[in-house]
Design a protein around this ligand. Sequence first.
Ligand SMILES: [Zn+2]
Length: 430
Amino acid sequence: MPVFKALSRKLLGLCALPLIVAAPVSAETVALSGATLIDGTGAAPVSDSVIVVTDGRITAVGPRASVSIPAGARTVNVSGKTIMPGIINAHAHVEGNRRSTAPLPQQLSDQLALYARYGVTTVYSLGDDGVESVKLARETRQKSQAGTLDRARLFVSGPVLNATDAANGRTNVTENAARGVDIIKVRLEGPANAPIRQPAVYGAMIDQAHKEGKRIAIHMFTADETKGVVDAGVDVLAHSIRDRDADPALIGAIKARNIPYIPTLTRDLSVFVYESKPDFAADPFFTKEAAYRPTLEMVSAPEFQARIKNDPSAQAIKPALEQAKRNLKALSDAGVLIAMGTDSGAGIGRWQGYFEHVEMAMMAQAGLTPMQVIVAATGNAAKAMQIDDQVGTLQPGKRGDLLVLAASPLTDITHTKTLEQVWIDGRRVN
Ligand SMILES: [Zn+2]
């Protein structure tokens, strides 16, 4: 199909990538053939597709008739399956577990493997990242280049920054940028008169982040907080607006400034869901994972459940979550860029890997179409975090991060749980 090839060339030109479609075949070329392919851009799926990955990058993709499989390529028959890009979590966490005796680097690395087992091939950690996480993030990208990455690739914000005043906020941003982080993270927290809640303080931190060449993601809760940080130039809204309907002026400002919005619905679910046994505790896609068992045992204890049931702040999140769903639908309808994120890994019972699938199902419950949800978890998540030159969509030039599913998530978003194969950089990982 000439149109498709022309499009591929156009994309390559736009991305200023070398024309690698004609690269010599190496031992690292693989072609997955016969699946229905969802490319993560929102374009209609391609049935009976072929996708070719050479040395970690996609070199050709399209209907079988338009793609010639290079001689010597290893062909994998995935007829009857669905391929989608690897899931990108735009707001996740990796952090040490106090109950684990394993060395911290091992724990963090194991968490990236856990994410990958659930099809999450890119993790953007927004906070609580120490030197080990910054180092690991760099290592995942070096391994990706070397063709040896066997778990999720990692990006980090370093610690969540606070400040005593504007000058201190600027210093904290500068020091964090020097640690080699990918983005700056700030959380509006504490009493109303807390310095970090004052526009002069967070405004200075946003300004300083931009001076350091970094973007800044902010944790907010209310519409007023959101308006404040949007007016001050925030780059990423890391949570939902949860106190009232976002008004048209606020939605318009978010849209006009092209600020991505990460709902993190499962973050709020996790606050109250352990008041009783959650439905997913019986889901085979959840129970198959041995790494979850110790924590599941903890949140299933009657004392734990009673504490959640009797905690007014936990109960107050129930209406906040419903409000978050309404605002997600309104912002999505208005054309705001929605990126999937979960806050997985920060706190108890925020399951790294599994909760991304729950999050996608909840986004669909909020009124998004399966295609909108898939794009939010792939192409748009990459755009939101400005890593779309590397990952997010299945287009020539991008990394060969993809999932093979038994059933199409376009007919039912929970079919993401029919995950059969995870590929990173064109290599299958287990
Ligand atoms: Zn978080």
